[in-house]
Structure formats: structure tokens, C-alpha cells
Ligand binder design. Structure first.
Ligand SMILES: *[C@@H]1O[C@H](CO)[C@@H](O)[C@H](O)[C@H]1NC(C)=O
Ligand SMILES: *[C@@H]1O[C@H](CO)[C@@H](O)[C@H](O)[C@H]1NC(C)=O
Ligand SMILES: *[C@@H]1O[C@H](CO)[C@@H](O)[C@H](O)[C@H]1NC(C)=O
Ligand SMILES: *[C@@H]1O[C@H](CO)[C@@H](O)[C@H](O)[C@H]1NC(C)=O
Ligand SMILES: *[C@@H]1O[C@H](CO)[C@@H](O)[C@H](O)[C@H]1NC(C)=O
Ligand SMILES: *[C@@H]1O[C@H](CO)[C@@H](O)[C@H](O)[C@H]1NC(C)=O
Ligand SMILES: *[C@@H]1O[C@H](CO)[C@@H](O)[C@H](O)[C@H]1NC(C)=O
Ligand SMILES: *[C@@H]1O[C@H](CO)[C@@H](O)[C@H](O)[C@H]1NC(C)=O
Length: 461
């Protein structure tokens, strides 16, 4: 329990600081609460079956797996370096906070008592209540830039409506800047937003993919010298958003960003060292589409399953190998002859298969077209997993089980299928962007994820 010791030392330090201000009675109970939270976390870790990930079940029962939550059995997860003095207590507090929130909603319950819960939320009441509080009180400070800043194109929001595969990054920024979450007073801010756009840096000839790391390093240098806020927490109350996977390695020259700041990224995989689950958050990759396709639920979906895409990963190779000649599972590679939308509208299940990265826009596409997503992307930290119970509207299949895919899908009984589909219709709204945000849409959901990650502690200095 080295972390606990650290925490205690830390709180004692805080204790002596604050007692002068007469708040000491406040800290003892909260220290006890934190220690209790830690013990609960430790207990859950050691007892929950969710934390031992089974790739292969011997049973023939339908395997609707929960999203992989595992950190420990994936040996290649990189731990933060031992010498980061600033962030450890913060990390502990933040994780304990999230864990206790989750514990209450039963997601981690190992006795299966929530197995029949078909609500798309882990805990609807708790979420709705938290959401209201978030909506009321959450404040973000955005680092400003000068009107004549040479990198204005990178720092300002785009002046058109974002589209295409990586739209989420630009959409998020554009909507955030106009939202009621923004404060001009940094002292009121819960979090600080660093508005650089990875997508724009990639295409900026002065920077390019090769120059992004140095740009970020300069950016952090600049804000940490011009403002006091970065140093106060080592960046732990700072965040940025990026959808292109370059965003991950963009931080390689600033460890403080990787270990402390909140990275809101599309490539959210438990298996890569640049992403730290619970600290960082998953940004859903969404290709923005408008209006609703007609008759989503009454459609006759004749095909069992559908996939189309480049074969750029071993997982996709495996899928094609197993199913490219099948009459029920349609797995295409290369250009489709039929409209993409028709395929998604005509299939019961739509496959999201890991390519270069765990994420693609296919999950949001499936939901948009009312098709039940099948997620074949091991270690994907699925968007909004803190809130949404993915088991109720998707099917997660381990890569190893690709040869069993047809059986897995056929074993979904009609009743369960209808429930999944109904739930797809319920969660669609969480995976849609709007220029003027609509409650519970992708923007608000990302804000909620950020709100869960706001720091509870600041280093006094
Ligand atoms: C994970 O680590 C093990 C041992 O350190 C290594 O053999 C294996 O190749 C690594 N896997 C990946 C995907 O990096
Ligand atoms: C500790 O930090 C120093 C400077 O920040 C760095 O050079 C060194 O590699 C770090 N050590 C470890 C074990 O990460
Ligand atoms: C879940 O549903 C099944 C079948 O409807 C039932 O047999 C089982 O007892 C239920 N489990 C719980 C925990 O409610
Ligand atoms: C969230 O805040 C916005 C802006 O004040 C408001 O329009 C919206 O109704 C609020 N939503 C909820 C659920 O409170
Ligand atoms: C950092 O500040 C310097 C000096 O004001 C400026 O020239 C440079 O463009 C800034 N770099 C970034 C990445 O903001
Ligand atoms: C923040 O810390 C750095 C490195 O310790 C220091 O150089 C810088 O002056 C500090 N910034 C402020 C605003 O004090
Ligand atoms: C959608 O449903 C309406 C009535 O339910 C029907 O008139 C219309 O033809 C349907 N459209 C399509 C594209 O199936
Ligand atoms: C699919 O069928 C074609 C033609 O019958 C055959 O050449 C090909 O090897 C088959 N592919 C797989 C993966 O079985």
C-alpha cells in the first residue's frame, strides 16, 4: 500500500497547510473516505472476475462479453515512471473517485446480480443527476491566443462544419467554444483546455506529422511559463482532444502530458502505452451525418452481418479468411458496389473490426443506421463506458473467436435481438454531433466524461 502512504503524507501536508485556515475538521473525514475508497478499489481488483479477461470460453453459450476492462493481465501496459512526484496523489484521488462512482452502479459487481439489466445506462438515476450537476457547474478555461498568432489556424476552431473520418476533434472544439461551459476566469475553472488541433498540425506545412511533438513541447513550455496553472497540478487539470491516431505519439516529448493531462482521444486502447484508461477518455469517432434514415426499425434486415473496409490488419485478414465466401456474413474488402448505407440498413449486425487502430467510425455508423454493432477490437476502451452498458446494445467478440462469429450471432435469440435493437435506437443520440449541442449528444457525453475526471486536489504553492 505504498500509494496509501504517499496519500497520507500528502494529506498530512495539506492538513497542516489548511488547518491554519481552519478547515482541518474537513480533512480527516475525507482522508478516511479516500482510504476506504482505496480499500474498496483494492478489494474489487482482487475479487472481481471482470478483471480476468477470458479469451476463450469453453461453453457454447452466447458470449456477449463486457468490454475488456483488464489492465493487469495485459502485460504490456506501461506503468507511469516512478519518479513523477506531482501526479501520484492526484491520480490516486481521481481513480478512487471514479471507482467509487462505478462501484455504486454495479458495473463491477461480480455476482451477476445485474446480468438482466437491459437499461443502456449502468445507473440511469445516478447519471441523470450527475449530468444535471455537471451541466450547471462545470467550467472550462481555454488558453487564449493572439489574433495575429502565426498558429491561429491550429488554435482557433474551424470556420466550416467539420466532416469526414476525424471530424470529432474539430466538432468538439467548435461546440465547446460556444458552450456555456466556458469561463474567462481561470480561477473558476475545473479544467483547462489546450485547443491545439492535431488534425490541423498534420496538414500545416510548417509543422507536419514530424513536427507535432516539438510543437506540443513548445506549447506546453509557453503556457507553463506564461500562466501559473500548469505548474499547480503538473498538468493534471489540463486536457486536449484529438481523433487522428497521430495524436497519441504527439505527446512523446512531454511526459507530463502523457502521465498527467487528460487525453481525449479516439484511439483509446488499453494496449498502448500512450493511453491511460480512467485518466484519459475515449472520444467516439463519428462521421457526421444529418437527418434520420427512414423506417429504421421497421426495415427488413435480410443479411446477418456486414463488414467492408481495407484489409490493413491481421484481425481483418482473419475475418476475411473465415468469412469472405460466406452467404450470411458479408465481409467485403475494397470498394463496395452497393451504397454503404443500404448495406448498414439491410443487415442485422454490423461489424467493427480493428484496423491500424482499435477505433473507426463504424460503430457510430452502425448506430446511426440502426444496426447492432459487433465489436471485434480487443482492448478498445469503448466511448462512454463509464456511463453506457455496452452489453445492452452491442456484441463484443474477441479476435480469437472470429471463427465462431456466425454461431455467436445466430445464438442471439429473437427476443434478445429486439432488445439490442431497441437499445441501439436509444443510444444513437449519444453518438451524434450537432453544431448547437443537444442534451446527451456526443458533445455533452464527452463533457460528462471530462467532468468525471476533474481533479479534486490541487497542489498548494
Ligand atoms: C508484450 O510483452 C511481451 C514480453 O514483454 C512480449 O513478448 C510481447 O511481444 C509483447 N507484445 C506486444 C504486442 O507488444
Ligand atoms: C525521471 O525524470 C527525469 C527527468 O524528468 C528523466 O530524465 C528520467 O528518465 C526519469 N526516470 C525514469 C525512471 O523515468
Ligand atoms: C435473469 O433472467 C433469467 C431468464 O429470464 C432468469 O432465469 C434469471 O433468474 C434472471 N436473473 C436475475 C438475477 O434476475
Ligand atoms: C444543460 O444546459 C443547457 C444550457 O444552459 C440547457 O439548455 C439544458 O437544458 C441543460 N440540460 C439539462 C439536462 O439540464
Ligand atoms: C511559444 O512562444 C514563442 C514566443 O512567444 C512563440 O514564438 C511560439 O510560436 C510559441 N509556440 C507555441 C507552440 O505556441
Ligand atoms: C513552472 O515551472 C517551470 C519549471 O519548473 C518554471 O521554469 C516556470 O517558471 C514555472 N512557471 C511559472 C509561471 O512559475
Ligand atoms: C417507410 O414507412 C412508410 C410508412 O410506414 C412507408 O410509406 C414508406 O414507403 C417506407 N419507406 C421505405 C423507404 O421503406
Ligand atoms: C473463396 O472462394 C474462391 C472461389 O471459390 C476461392 O478461390 C477462395 O480461396 C475462397 N476464399 C476463402 C478465404 O476461402
Amino acid at each position: 500500500m505504498a500509494r496509501t502512504t504517499l496519500l497520507l503524507q500528502y494529506t498530512q501536508r495539506r492538513f497542516s497547510h489548511s488547518s491554519a485556515r481552519g478547515f482541518s475538521f474537513f480533512l480527516l473525514p475525507s482522508t478516511l473516505a479516500l482510504v476506504t475508497s482505496l480499500l474498496i478499489l483494492f478489494y474489487v481488483f482482487t475479487t472481481s472476475s471482470l478483471f480476468s479477461h477470458h479469451h476463450h470460453h469453453p461453453t457454447h453459450r452466447l458470449r456477449v462479453q463486457s468490454p475488456p476492462l483488464d489492465l493487469r493481465s495485459q502485460a504490456n501496459f506501461t506503468s507511469p515512471p516512478a519518479n513523477q512526484s506531482v501526479s501520484s496523489p492526484l491520480r490516486v484521488v481521481r481513480e478512487a473517485g471514479i471507482a467509487s462512482q462505478r462501484h455504486g452502479n454495479g458495473q463491477l459487481a461480480s455476482d451477476g446480480s445485474h446480468a438482466n439489466n437491459t437499461d443502456v445506462f449502468h445507473d440511469r438515476d445516478e447519471f441523470l443527476e450527475d449530468y444535471k450537476q455537471m451541466n450547471r457547474s462545470f467550467r472550462i478555461y481555454i488558453y487564449p491566443h493572439r489574433r495575429d498568432d502565426p498558429f491561429r489556424n491550429v488554435l482557433a476552431p474551424v470556420d466550416f462544419e467539420p466532416g469526414g473520418n476525424y471530424a470529432s476533434e474539430s466538432y468538439f472544439k467548435k461546440v465547446l467554444l460556444k458552450s456555456h461551459f466556458i469561463t474567462k476566469d481561470p480561477l473558476r475553472a475545473d479544467l483547462f483546455y489546450m485547443p491545439f488541433s492535431i488534425a490541423r498540425l498534420r496538414h500545416d506545412q510548417r509543422v507536419g506529422v514530424g513536427g507535432i511533438q516539438d510543437f506540443i513541447k513548445d506549447y506546453i513550455y509557453n503556457i507553463s511559463h506564461e500562466y501559473p496553472y500548469w505548474n499547480r497540478t503538473g498538468g493534471a487539470d489540463h486536457f486536449y482532444a484529438a481523433c487522428h491516431s497521430v495524436g497519441r505519439s504527439a505527446m512523446n516529448k512531454v511526459d507530463m502530458v502523457r502521465w498527467n493531462a487528460i487525453q481525449v482521444v479516439c484511439s483509446s486502447s488499453y494496449f498502448i502505452s500512450g493511453y491511460i484508461a480512467h485518466k484519459d477518455a475515449s472520444l467516439p469517432q463519428i462521421w457526421p451525418r444529418h437527418g434520420d434514415p427512414p423506417n429504421l426499425t421497421s426495415l427488413k434486415r435480410k443479411k446477418l452481418a456486414f463488414f467492408a473496409g481495407g484489409v490493413n490488419s491481421p484481425v481483418r485478414e482473419k475475418l476475411l479468411q473465415a468469412w469472405s465466401n460466406d452467404t450470411e456474413i458479408f465481409a467485403h474488402h475494397g470498394r463496395l458496389k452497393t451504397p454503404y448505407a443500404d448495406e448498414l440498413l439491410g443487415s442485422k449486425f454490423c461489424l467493427h473490426v480493428k484496423g491500424y487502430e482499435v477505433n473507426t467510425a463504424r460503430i457510430a455508423d452502425s448506430l446511426y443506421y440502426g444496426c447492432i454493432p459487433v465489436i471485434i477490437a480487443n482492448h478498445y476502451d469503448l466511448p462512454f463506458t463509464d456511463v453506457l452498458n455496452w452489453k445492452t446494445f452491442s456484441i463484443v467478440v474477441a479476435t480469437l473467436d472470429i471463427p465462431l462469429l456466425k454461431r455467436i450471432l445466430k445464438e442471439v435469440e429473437q427476443e434478445q435481438f429486439l432488445t439490442l435493437q431497441e437499445n441501439v435506437m436509444k443510444v444513437r443520440r449519444h453518438f451524434q454531433w450537432h453544431l448547437s449541442p443537444v442534451d446527451y449528444d456526443a458533445f455533452y457525453m464527452v463533457m460528462y466524461e471530462l467532468w468525471l475526471r476533474r481533479s479534486s486536489v490541487r497542489i498548494p504553492f
